[in-house]
Write a protein that binds this ligand. Structure first.
Ligand code: HPA
Length: 283
């Protein structure tokens, strides 16, 4: 653990970005498992590998390359995290959300957070895109919460509201883009579990009974920290696999399947994100 406060850590990481980028984007994008190729859509990016950013936790999972890109995408300046770290890798909730704190310090106003998730809702299929309307923070409810510990009032308030964590205007914008592009979305509740093991059939049935439509191992800590810091959030899940809810079910989720589904659905996710960027007006 660093002896620096979270504020100082985020400042030091942000300072490196400021020193490299002439323009500091006000839109952040976090790419999930298998979604890294989206970074290639940025024209002439400034690329900063995470190991050049002080305090940045480094990814230990295949499929997460771990670098920050700054550049133009669909007419906007964006700051893109290609690869993220997860709680199951052994990092604390505070560490995994440092990139969001860094964005906050840089003045980012909107963040588009993506992930690959298992479908819990029986109507969902592999390759579907789901707009996240709400979440269940299993990991955080159990105490592994990124805001646990003394609150730094410079970063946000002690008891932040999560009743509208996913920005209504951004959701409406994404729906409009979907209609314009003829992309059909799902919408639903994302539940975070710690992982790294996939869920048992009983756990999947429990998650369904509790109101989850999709399950994954990321995103929620980032969303909580973004909201704490006043950043507006659009969350998008790519349903990379159908989850197993009985011993008879044929499917068995694997990391390879998660990555593969990402490849197939990437063009739709790309056009959704680019459509949102084209029409997004920052206020
Ligand atoms: N479970 C948990 N996390 C996941 C899954 C899953 O089935 N697929 C992608 N991330």
């Amino acid at each position: 653990m660093s002896d620096r406060t979270l504020w100082e850590q985020a400042q030091e990481a942000a300072a490196v970005v400021r020193s490299r980028c002439a323009v500091i984007p006000r839109i952040g994008i976090v790419l999930g498992s298998g979604l890294g190729p989206l970074a290639e859509r940025i024209s002439e990016p400034i690329i900063i590998p995470y190991d050049q950013l002080p305090h940045m936790p480094l990814s230990t999972v295949a499929g997460h390359s771990g670098r920050l890109l700054a550049g133009r995408l669909a007419g906007q300046d964006v700051l893109m995290m290609q690869g993220r770290v997860h709680y199951y890798e052994g990092y604390s909730p505070q560490q995994i959300t440092l990139p969001i704190r860094m964005m906050q310090q840089l003045g980012v106003r909107v963040v588009i957070i993506t992930n690959s998730a298992g479908g819990i809702n029986k109507a969902f299929h592999t390759g579907d895109l789901m707009l996240i309307t709400d979440h269940i923070n299993f990991v955080g409810l159990a105490g592994a919460h990124p805001l646990r510990g003394p609150n730094d009032d410079r970063l946000g308030e002690r008891f932040p509201d999560m009743s509208r964590a996913y920005d209504a205007e951004l959701l409406e914008l994404a729906r409009r883009v979907g209609r314009q592009q003829g992309i059909r979305f799902r919408e639903g509740v994302y539940a975070i579990v710690s992982g790294p093991s996939f869920e048992t059939p009983a756990e999947i049935r429990m998650l369904r009974a509790l109101g989850a439509d999709a399950v994954g191992m990321s995103t929620v800590p980032e969303v909580v920290v973004a909201r704490h810091g006043g950043i507006r959030v659009l969350g998008i899940s790519l349903i990379s696999n159908e989850t197993v809810d009985s011993f008879e079910a044929a499917a068995q989720p694997s990391h390879a399947e998660v990555l593969e589904a990402g490849q197939a659905s990437l063009p739709r996710l790309e056009s959704l994100i680019e459509g949102v960027l084209q029409q997004l007006i920052l206020n």
